[in-house]
Design a protein around this ligand. Structure first.
Ligand code: GDP
Ligand code: MG
Length: 159
């Protein structure tokens, strides 16, 4: 655990996506994450409302798959997490693999556990800025405290 109070730049946001298959694979997926040096700083199982999923994926609202994606992401609970590691964002994108599981490298989470391009098992932030935004979208200030009682992700980084 870093001594620094804020972990901006050292965290990523992830969620294990909905679906029976992902539910069954929660254990192995969490093992893969922690074995690869990511520390879980916050975690909760939460069912998104339609409006929340629409906002979370608003940057994709012009895509033909947007409505289906929102429907899928609200079809059951997601396991949302804030993960800490040096170079968390880029290292985690490597660990999850390509968006398209048929292109994801062997041993990556999407290669091992995805069902399809849409049901690709897991989300990972694509920048430090988005990691902070997404972490703040899911976790309130009181849920962003580390074991030393320090707020590791301040509101100023989130809004
Ligand atoms: P990510 O950052 O790798 O998750 O990919 P994007 O941010 O581009 O897309 C968000 C999510 O939308 C992906 O994880 C997929 O679940 C879904 N998605 C992306 N591209 C497609 C597509 O071409 N078709 C469908 N059906 N879903 C897609
Ligand atoms: Mg993305």
């Amino acid at each position: 655990m870093s001594d620094q109070k804020t972990l901006y730049g050292k965290i990523t946001f992830t969620m294990i996506k909905p679906g029976e298959r992902n539910q069954e694979n929660i254990g192995p997926i969490l093992t893969k994450i922690t074995e690869n040096g990511f520390r879980i700083e916050a975690m909760k199982l939460v069912k998104l409302r339609t409006k929340q999923a629409e906002v979370f994926y608003s940057h994709l609202s012009d895509k033909p798959f947007y409505n289906d994606l929102v429907k899928y992401m609200t079809s059951g609970p997601v396991l949302a997490m804030i993960l800490e590691k040096e170079n968390a964002v880029s290292d985690f994108r490597v660990l999850i693999g390509d968006t398209d599981p048929t292109k994801a490298k062997e041993g990556t989470i999407r290669n091992l556990y995805a069902e399809s391009l849409q049901k690709n098992a897991i989300h990972g932030s694509d920048s430090d800025e988005n990691a902070a935004l997404e972490a703040g979208f899911f976790f309130s200030t009181s849920e962003r405290y580390n074991k030393n009682g320090e707020c590791f992700l301040k509101d100023t980084w989130v809004v």
